[in-house]
Design a protein around this ligand. Structure first.
Ligand SMILES: Cc1cc2nc3c(=O)[nH]c(=O)nc-3n(C[C@H](O)[C@H](O)[C@H](O)COP(=O)(O)OP(=O)(O)OC[C@H]3O[C@@H](n4cnc5c(N)ncnc54)[C@H](O)[C@@H]3O)c2cc1C
Length: 391
Protein backbone atom coordinates (compact mmCIF):
# COMPACT_ATOMS: atom_id res chain seq x y z
CA UNK A 1 0.00 0.00 0.00
CA UNK A 2 1.25 3.51 -0.81
CA UNK A 3 1.03 5.87 2.11
CA UNK A 4 -0.45 9.29 1.35
CA UNK A 5 1.97 12.21 0.87
CA UNK A 6 1.01 13.41 4.33
CA UNK A 7 -0.41 10.76 6.61
CA UNK A 8 -1.43 13.44 9.10
CA UNK A 9 -5.05 14.59 9.43
CA UNK A 10 -6.20 18.01 10.69
CA UNK A 11 -6.56 16.43 14.14
CA UNK A 12 -2.93 15.28 14.03
CA UNK A 13 -1.85 18.78 13.01
CA UNK A 14 -3.78 20.32 15.91
CA UNK A 15 -2.09 17.85 18.23
CA UNK A 16 1.28 18.81 16.71
CA UNK A 17 0.63 22.50 17.38
CA UNK A 18 -0.38 21.82 21.01
CA UNK A 19 2.60 19.55 21.70
CA UNK A 20 4.99 22.06 20.13
CA UNK A 21 3.59 24.90 22.26
CA UNK A 22 3.99 22.79 25.39
CA UNK A 23 7.47 21.49 24.52
CA UNK A 24 8.85 24.91 23.58
CA UNK A 25 7.11 26.72 26.41
CA UNK A 26 7.43 24.31 29.34
CA UNK A 27 10.26 21.84 28.61
CA UNK A 28 12.88 23.50 26.41
CA UNK A 29 13.62 26.37 28.85
CA UNK A 30 14.86 23.79 31.40
CA UNK A 31 16.96 21.61 29.07
CA UNK A 32 20.33 23.04 30.11
CA UNK A 33 19.57 22.90 33.83
CA UNK A 34 18.36 19.27 33.57
CA UNK A 35 21.41 18.28 31.54
CA UNK A 36 23.69 19.78 34.20
CA UNK A 37 21.74 18.13 37.03
CA UNK A 38 21.70 14.72 35.32
CA UNK A 39 17.98 14.59 36.08
CA UNK A 40 14.87 16.12 34.53
CA UNK A 41 12.29 17.49 36.94
CA UNK A 42 9.86 15.17 38.70
CA UNK A 43 6.87 17.23 37.55
CA UNK A 44 7.41 16.21 33.91
CA UNK A 45 5.70 12.79 33.99
CA UNK A 46 2.56 13.95 35.87
CA UNK A 47 2.32 17.03 33.63
CA UNK A 48 2.55 14.86 30.50
CA UNK A 49 -0.14 12.63 32.02
CA UNK A 50 -2.38 15.61 32.76
CA UNK A 51 -2.09 16.71 29.11
CA UNK A 52 -2.97 13.21 27.88
CA UNK A 53 0.40 12.77 26.13
CA UNK A 54 1.41 9.53 27.87
CA UNK A 55 -1.32 7.46 26.28
CA UNK A 56 -2.07 9.00 22.90
CA UNK A 57 -2.49 5.65 21.15
CA UNK A 58 -3.81 3.79 24.21
CA UNK A 59 -7.52 2.92 24.65
CA UNK A 60 -9.71 5.52 26.33
CA UNK A 61 -11.03 2.95 28.84
CA UNK A 62 -7.58 3.01 30.52
CA UNK A 63 -7.17 6.79 30.32
CA UNK A 64 -5.57 6.91 26.89
CA UNK A 65 -6.65 9.14 24.00
CA UNK A 66 -7.67 6.30 21.67
CA UNK A 67 -5.83 7.81 18.68
CA UNK A 68 -3.98 5.89 15.98
CA UNK A 69 -0.20 5.35 15.90
CA UNK A 70 0.34 8.48 13.78
CA UNK A 71 -0.49 10.48 16.92
CA UNK A 72 2.45 8.76 18.61
CA UNK A 73 4.57 9.80 15.61
CA UNK A 74 3.45 13.42 15.99
CA UNK A 75 4.30 13.42 19.69
CA UNK A 76 7.66 11.70 19.07
CA UNK A 77 8.55 14.24 16.38
CA UNK A 78 7.63 17.22 18.53
CA UNK A 79 9.04 16.22 21.92
CA UNK A 80 12.61 16.15 20.54
CA UNK A 81 12.26 19.94 20.26
CA UNK A 82 12.77 20.10 24.03
CA UNK A 83 16.51 20.48 23.21
CA UNK A 84 17.47 17.22 24.89
CA UNK A 85 17.44 13.63 23.71
CA UNK A 86 17.20 12.33 27.27
CA UNK A 87 13.69 13.36 28.13
CA UNK A 88 12.09 11.97 24.94
CA UNK A 89 13.99 8.71 25.46
CA UNK A 90 12.86 8.40 29.09
CA UNK A 91 9.25 9.15 28.16
CA UNK A 92 9.41 6.61 25.32
CA UNK A 93 10.78 3.94 27.67
CA UNK A 94 7.59 4.47 29.70
CA UNK A 95 5.00 4.93 26.93
CA UNK A 96 6.34 2.80 24.10
CA UNK A 97 8.47 0.13 25.75
CA UNK A 98 7.31 -0.76 29.29
CA UNK A 99 3.56 -0.12 28.90
CA UNK A 100 2.51 -1.74 25.58
CA UNK A 101 3.17 -5.27 26.99
CA UNK A 102 0.89 -4.42 29.94
CA UNK A 103 -1.89 -3.51 27.52
CA UNK A 104 -1.30 -6.48 25.20
CA UNK A 105 -0.59 -9.26 27.68
CA UNK A 106 -1.88 -7.95 31.03
CA UNK A 107 -4.95 -9.02 32.99
CA UNK A 108 -7.67 -6.48 33.74
CA UNK A 109 -6.30 -6.17 37.31
CA UNK A 110 -2.77 -5.48 35.99
CA UNK A 111 -4.09 -2.85 33.59
CA UNK A 112 -5.95 -1.11 36.43
CA UNK A 113 -2.99 -1.31 38.82
CA UNK A 114 -0.19 -0.39 36.38
CA UNK A 115 -1.44 1.02 33.08
CA UNK A 116 -4.06 3.42 34.41
CA UNK A 117 -1.80 5.26 36.94
CA UNK A 118 1.10 5.14 34.46
CA UNK A 119 -0.95 6.95 31.81
CA UNK A 120 -1.65 9.63 34.43
CA UNK A 121 2.11 9.91 35.07
CA UNK A 122 1.65 8.86 38.68
CA UNK A 123 3.58 5.59 38.31
CA UNK A 124 6.72 5.54 36.16
CA UNK A 125 7.55 2.44 34.17
CA UNK A 126 10.87 0.88 33.14
CA UNK A 127 11.68 -1.89 30.71
CA UNK A 128 14.10 -4.41 32.20
CA UNK A 129 15.76 -6.60 29.59
CA UNK A 130 19.52 -5.95 29.70
CA UNK A 131 21.74 -7.59 32.31
CA UNK A 132 25.43 -7.25 33.12
CA UNK A 133 26.05 -10.58 31.33
CA UNK A 134 23.32 -10.43 28.67
CA UNK A 135 22.48 -7.50 26.42
CA UNK A 136 22.21 -8.37 22.74
CA UNK A 137 21.53 -11.98 23.65
CA UNK A 138 18.15 -11.65 25.38
CA UNK A 139 17.85 -15.44 25.71
CA UNK A 140 20.95 -15.32 27.93
CA UNK A 141 19.19 -13.55 30.83
CA UNK A 142 20.19 -14.93 34.21
CA UNK A 143 17.72 -13.10 36.41
CA UNK A 144 15.53 -15.94 37.58
CA UNK A 145 12.28 -16.56 39.41
CA UNK A 146 11.48 -19.70 41.37
CA UNK A 147 8.13 -20.62 42.82
CA UNK A 148 7.49 -20.47 46.55
CA UNK A 149 3.88 -21.52 47.14
CA UNK A 150 1.80 -19.11 45.02
CA UNK A 151 4.60 -16.51 45.04
CA UNK A 152 7.71 -16.15 42.92
CA UNK A 153 11.14 -15.27 44.33
CA UNK A 154 13.27 -13.24 41.92
CA UNK A 155 17.07 -12.93 42.01
CA UNK A 156 19.42 -11.22 39.58
CA UNK A 157 20.54 -7.89 38.12
CA UNK A 158 19.44 -5.54 35.36
CA UNK A 159 21.66 -2.85 33.91
CA UNK A 160 21.25 0.32 31.79
CA UNK A 161 17.62 0.60 32.88
CA UNK A 162 16.12 3.90 31.75
CA UNK A 163 14.00 5.53 34.53
CA UNK A 164 15.63 2.95 36.81
CA UNK A 165 16.17 5.43 39.66
CA UNK A 166 12.81 7.19 39.53
CA UNK A 167 10.76 4.21 38.34
CA UNK A 168 7.81 2.67 40.22
CA UNK A 169 7.80 -0.69 38.43
CA UNK A 170 9.73 -2.67 35.86
CA UNK A 171 8.35 -4.76 33.00
CA UNK A 172 11.02 -7.38 33.47
CA UNK A 173 12.39 -10.31 31.48
CA UNK A 174 13.07 -13.21 33.84
CA UNK A 175 14.03 -16.86 33.40
CA UNK A 176 11.42 -19.11 35.07
CA UNK A 177 12.68 -22.47 33.80
CA UNK A 178 15.81 -23.90 32.20
CA UNK A 179 15.70 -24.08 28.39
CA UNK A 180 13.64 -27.03 27.17
CA UNK A 181 14.77 -29.37 24.39
CA UNK A 182 13.92 -28.80 20.74
CA UNK A 183 12.52 -31.81 18.81
CA UNK A 184 16.06 -32.56 17.56
CA UNK A 185 17.39 -32.69 21.13
CA UNK A 186 19.11 -29.29 21.36
CA UNK A 187 18.39 -26.78 24.18
CA UNK A 188 15.90 -24.12 23.10
CA UNK A 189 17.28 -20.90 24.66
CA UNK A 190 14.07 -19.01 23.89
CA UNK A 191 12.00 -21.23 26.14
CA UNK A 192 11.61 -20.82 29.91
CA UNK A 193 11.55 -17.00 29.81
CA UNK A 194 8.64 -15.02 31.28
CA UNK A 195 7.68 -11.39 31.85
CA UNK A 196 6.91 -9.94 35.28
CA UNK A 197 5.66 -6.61 36.60
CA UNK A 198 8.03 -5.92 39.50
CA UNK A 199 7.40 -3.02 41.91
CA UNK A 200 10.57 -1.13 42.78
CA UNK A 201 9.61 -0.61 46.44
CA UNK A 202 9.63 -4.32 47.32
CA UNK A 203 12.09 -5.63 49.92
CA UNK A 204 15.25 -6.86 48.17
CA UNK A 205 14.89 -4.49 45.22
CA UNK A 206 17.89 -2.15 45.14
CA UNK A 207 18.95 0.70 42.86
CA UNK A 208 22.64 -0.19 43.10
CA UNK A 209 23.96 2.66 40.93
CA UNK A 210 22.88 5.64 38.86
CA UNK A 211 25.08 5.26 35.79
CA UNK A 212 27.19 8.06 34.36
CA UNK A 213 26.86 8.36 30.58
CA UNK A 214 28.33 10.16 27.54
CA UNK A 215 24.93 11.46 26.45
CA UNK A 216 21.25 11.30 27.38
CA UNK A 217 22.47 12.79 30.62
CA UNK A 218 19.20 14.20 31.94
CA UNK A 219 17.70 10.71 31.98
CA UNK A 220 18.41 8.39 34.91
CA UNK A 221 19.89 5.03 33.91
CA UNK A 222 20.35 2.44 36.63
CA UNK A 223 21.97 -0.78 37.68
CA UNK A 224 19.36 -2.76 39.62
CA UNK A 225 19.93 -5.67 41.98
CA UNK A 226 17.17 -8.06 43.03
CA UNK A 227 17.81 -10.24 46.07
CA UNK A 228 15.02 -12.65 47.01
CA UNK A 229 12.35 -10.23 45.78
CA UNK A 230 9.01 -11.89 46.54
CA UNK A 231 6.21 -11.16 44.07
CA UNK A 232 2.73 -12.69 43.97
CA UNK A 233 1.52 -15.00 41.21
CA UNK A 234 -0.38 -11.99 39.86
CA UNK A 235 2.93 -10.30 38.95
CA UNK A 236 3.44 -12.69 36.02
CA UNK A 237 2.66 -10.78 32.80
CA UNK A 238 1.16 -12.90 30.04
CA UNK A 239 1.86 -16.59 29.72
CA UNK A 240 4.57 -18.33 31.73
CA UNK A 241 7.37 -19.42 29.40
CA UNK A 242 6.22 -17.16 26.54
CA UNK A 243 8.27 -14.14 27.63
CA UNK A 244 10.79 -14.33 24.80
CA UNK A 245 8.08 -14.09 22.16
CA UNK A 246 6.35 -11.34 24.14
CA UNK A 247 9.52 -9.24 24.48
CA UNK A 248 10.31 -9.67 20.77
CA UNK A 249 6.90 -8.11 20.08
CA UNK A 250 7.74 -5.26 22.49
CA UNK A 251 11.04 -4.66 20.70
CA UNK A 252 9.23 -3.88 17.42
CA UNK A 253 7.52 -0.88 19.05
CA UNK A 254 10.76 0.07 20.82
CA UNK A 255 12.63 0.14 17.50
CA UNK A 256 9.89 2.16 15.85
CA UNK A 257 9.86 4.85 18.54
CA UNK A 258 13.67 4.96 18.46
CA UNK A 259 13.48 5.48 14.69
CA UNK A 260 10.86 8.22 15.09
CA UNK A 261 13.07 10.07 17.56
CA UNK A 262 16.19 9.52 15.41
CA UNK A 263 14.58 11.06 12.32
CA UNK A 264 13.05 13.93 14.29
CA UNK A 265 16.34 14.71 16.03
CA UNK A 266 18.19 14.66 12.72
CA UNK A 267 15.58 16.95 11.13
CA UNK A 268 16.07 19.44 13.95
CA UNK A 269 19.86 19.21 13.70
CA UNK A 270 19.58 19.85 9.96
CA UNK A 271 17.36 22.92 10.53
CA UNK A 272 19.82 24.34 13.05
CA UNK A 273 22.75 23.68 10.73
CA UNK A 274 21.03 25.41 7.82
CA UNK A 275 20.31 28.49 9.93
CA UNK A 276 23.88 28.56 11.24
CA UNK A 277 25.38 28.15 7.76
CA UNK A 278 23.37 31.09 6.46
CA UNK A 279 24.45 33.30 9.34
CA UNK A 280 28.07 32.33 9.99
CA UNK A 281 30.58 34.09 7.75
CA UNK A 282 34.07 33.03 6.68
CA UNK A 283 36.22 34.67 4.00
CA UNK A 284 33.62 37.44 3.70
CA UNK A 285 30.58 35.32 2.92
CA UNK A 286 28.09 33.04 4.71
CA UNK A 287 29.54 29.54 4.86
CA UNK A 288 26.32 28.27 3.19
CA UNK A 289 27.67 29.86 -0.02
CA UNK A 290 30.60 27.45 -0.17
CA UNK A 291 29.75 24.56 -2.43
CA UNK A 292 31.09 21.96 -0.01
CA UNK A 293 28.75 23.21 2.71
CA UNK A 294 25.78 23.35 0.33
CA UNK A 295 26.48 19.74 -0.56
CA UNK A 296 26.85 18.80 3.09
CA UNK A 297 23.43 20.33 3.83
CA UNK A 298 21.92 18.63 0.78
CA UNK A 299 23.27 15.26 1.90
CA UNK A 300 21.91 15.78 5.40
CA UNK A 301 18.44 16.72 4.09
CA UNK A 302 18.45 13.79 1.64
CA UNK A 303 19.37 11.26 4.30
CA UNK A 304 16.72 12.56 6.70
CA UNK A 305 14.07 12.44 3.99
CA UNK A 306 15.02 8.92 2.85
CA UNK A 307 14.84 7.61 6.42
CA UNK A 308 11.57 9.42 7.06
CA UNK A 309 9.99 7.63 4.10
CA UNK A 310 11.23 4.23 5.27
CA UNK A 311 9.96 5.07 8.75
CA UNK A 312 6.52 6.21 7.58
CA UNK A 313 6.19 3.04 5.53
CA UNK A 314 6.90 0.96 8.69
CA UNK A 315 4.54 3.10 10.74
CA UNK A 316 1.81 2.58 8.17
CA UNK A 317 2.28 -1.19 8.44
CA UNK A 318 2.38 -1.11 12.27
CA UNK A 319 -0.71 1.09 12.35
CA UNK A 320 -2.56 -1.51 10.28
CA UNK A 321 -1.46 -4.32 12.61
CA UNK A 322 1.23 -5.81 10.35
CA UNK A 323 4.23 -7.40 12.05
CA UNK A 324 7.01 -6.18 9.73
CA UNK A 325 10.09 -7.40 11.60
CA UNK A 326 12.52 -7.11 8.68
CA UNK A 327 11.41 -3.62 7.68
CA UNK A 328 11.43 -2.40 11.29
CA UNK A 329 14.97 -3.75 11.84
CA UNK A 330 16.08 -2.09 8.58
CA UNK A 331 14.41 1.14 9.66
CA UNK A 332 16.06 1.12 13.12
CA UNK A 333 19.47 0.39 11.55
CA UNK A 334 19.17 3.07 8.87
CA UNK A 335 17.65 5.78 11.11
CA UNK A 336 20.12 5.29 13.96
CA UNK A 337 23.13 5.44 11.66
CA UNK A 338 21.70 8.41 9.80
CA UNK A 339 20.98 10.32 13.03
CA UNK A 340 24.56 10.02 14.18
CA UNK A 341 26.01 10.85 10.74
CA UNK A 342 23.83 13.97 10.52
CA UNK A 343 24.85 15.03 14.03
CA UNK A 344 28.51 14.48 13.15
CA UNK A 345 28.24 16.47 9.90
CA UNK A 346 26.45 19.21 11.83
CA UNK A 347 29.33 19.38 14.28
CA UNK A 348 31.78 19.70 11.37
CA UNK A 349 29.69 22.44 9.79
CA UNK A 350 29.62 24.39 13.07
CA UNK A 351 33.42 24.27 13.36
CA UNK A 352 34.77 25.04 16.84
CA UNK A 353 31.37 26.20 18.05
CA UNK A 354 30.03 22.74 17.26
CA UNK A 355 32.43 21.32 19.81
CA UNK A 356 31.55 23.95 22.39
CA UNK A 357 29.06 23.40 25.18
CA UNK A 358 27.41 26.72 24.27
CA UNK A 359 25.76 25.34 21.14
CA UNK A 360 23.20 22.51 21.09
CA UNK A 361 25.11 20.53 18.45
CA UNK A 362 27.43 18.76 20.86
CA UNK A 363 24.48 17.49 22.93
CA UNK A 364 22.69 16.23 19.82
CA UNK A 365 25.91 14.47 18.80
CA UNK A 366 26.32 12.79 22.20
CA UNK A 367 22.63 11.89 22.44
CA UNK A 368 22.41 10.56 18.87
CA UNK A 369 25.25 8.13 19.47
CA UNK A 370 23.05 6.00 21.73
CA UNK A 371 20.63 5.21 18.90
CA UNK A 372 23.15 2.79 17.36
CA UNK A 373 23.32 0.87 20.68
CA UNK A 374 19.97 1.02 22.53
CA UNK A 375 17.00 -1.13 21.49
CA UNK A 376 19.38 -3.58 19.81
CA UNK A 377 22.69 -2.53 18.30
CA UNK A 378 23.39 -2.01 14.58
CA UNK A 379 24.99 -5.43 14.53
CA UNK A 380 21.94 -7.07 16.10
CA UNK A 381 19.64 -5.44 13.52
CA UNK A 382 21.90 -6.79 10.75
CA UNK A 383 21.75 -10.26 12.34
CA UNK A 384 17.93 -10.14 12.40
CA UNK A 385 17.73 -8.93 8.80
CA UNK A 386 20.24 -11.49 7.53
CA UNK A 387 18.40 -14.35 9.27
CA UNK A 388 15.07 -13.21 7.85
CA UNK A 389 16.69 -12.93 4.41
CA UNK A 390 17.71 -16.57 4.79
CA UNK A 391 21.43 -15.74 4.71
C1 LIG B 1 21.58 5.02 27.81
C2 LIG B 1 21.11 3.62 27.68
C3 LIG B 1 19.79 3.32 28.00
C4 LIG B 1 19.34 2.00 27.94
N1 LIG B 1 18.07 1.70 28.36
C5 LIG B 1 17.70 0.41 28.49
C6 LIG B 1 16.47 0.06 29.12
O1 LIG B 1 15.68 0.93 29.51
N2 LIG B 1 16.18 -1.25 29.29
C7 LIG B 1 17.02 -2.24 28.88
O2 LIG B 1 16.70 -3.41 29.06
N3 LIG B 1 18.20 -1.96 28.30
C8 LIG B 1 18.56 -0.66 28.09
N4 LIG B 1 19.77 -0.35 27.52
C9 LIG B 1 20.67 -1.43 27.12
C10 LIG B 1 20.86 -1.62 25.62
O3 LIG B 1 19.69 -2.10 25.03
C11 LIG B 1 22.05 -2.56 25.45
O4 LIG B 1 23.21 -1.83 25.85
C12 LIG B 1 22.21 -3.08 24.05
O5 LIG B 1 21.15 -3.94 23.71
C13 LIG B 1 23.54 -3.82 23.86
O6 LIG B 1 23.75 -4.77 24.86
P1 LIG B 1 25.15 -4.80 25.65
O7 LIG B 1 25.42 -3.42 26.11
O8 LIG B 1 25.12 -5.88 26.64
O9 LIG B 1 26.23 -5.13 24.54
P2 LIG B 1 26.73 -6.59 24.10
O10 LIG B 1 25.57 -7.46 23.83
O11 LIG B 1 27.75 -7.04 25.07
O12 LIG B 1 27.45 -6.25 22.72
C14 LIG B 1 28.77 -5.75 22.64
C15 LIG B 1 29.13 -5.64 21.15
O13 LIG B 1 29.04 -6.93 20.53
C16 LIG B 1 28.15 -6.87 19.44
N5 LIG B 1 27.44 -8.14 19.30
C17 LIG B 1 26.71 -8.80 20.22
N6 LIG B 1 26.15 -9.90 19.69
C18 LIG B 1 26.55 -9.94 18.39
C19 LIG B 1 26.31 -10.82 17.29
N7 LIG B 1 25.52 -11.90 17.41
N8 LIG B 1 26.89 -10.54 16.11
C20 LIG B 1 27.69 -9.45 15.96
N9 LIG B 1 27.94 -8.58 16.95
C21 LIG B 1 27.37 -8.81 18.14
C22 LIG B 1 27.21 -5.72 19.76
O14 LIG B 1 26.59 -5.23 18.58
C23 LIG B 1 28.17 -4.74 20.39
O15 LIG B 1 28.87 -4.05 19.37
C24 LIG B 1 20.22 0.97 27.51
C25 LIG B 1 21.54 1.28 27.15
C26 LIG B 1 21.99 2.58 27.27
C27 LIG B 1 23.44 2.86 26.96
Amino acid sequence: MTIPTSPFTDEHQQLRASVRRFVEGELAPHADEWEADGWFADWVFPRLGELGYLGLSMPTEYGGQGADYWATVVFGEEIVRCRSGSLPMAVAAHTDMALPPVLKFGTEEQKQAYLVPALRGERIACIGITEPEAGSNVAGVRTSARRDGRDWIINGSKVFITNGVRGSFVTMVVRTAPPSQTPDGRPDPWSGISLFLVDTDLPGFEVAQKLDKVGMRASDTALLHLTDVRVPAEALLGIEGQGFKQIMWELQGERLIASIQSVAAAQLTFERSLAYAQEREAFGRPIARFQVQKHRLVDMATEVEACRRLLYDCVDKWNRGEYATTEIAMCKLACAQMAFRVADEAMQLHGGYGYSREFPVERSWRDARLMRIGGGTDEVQREIISKLMGL
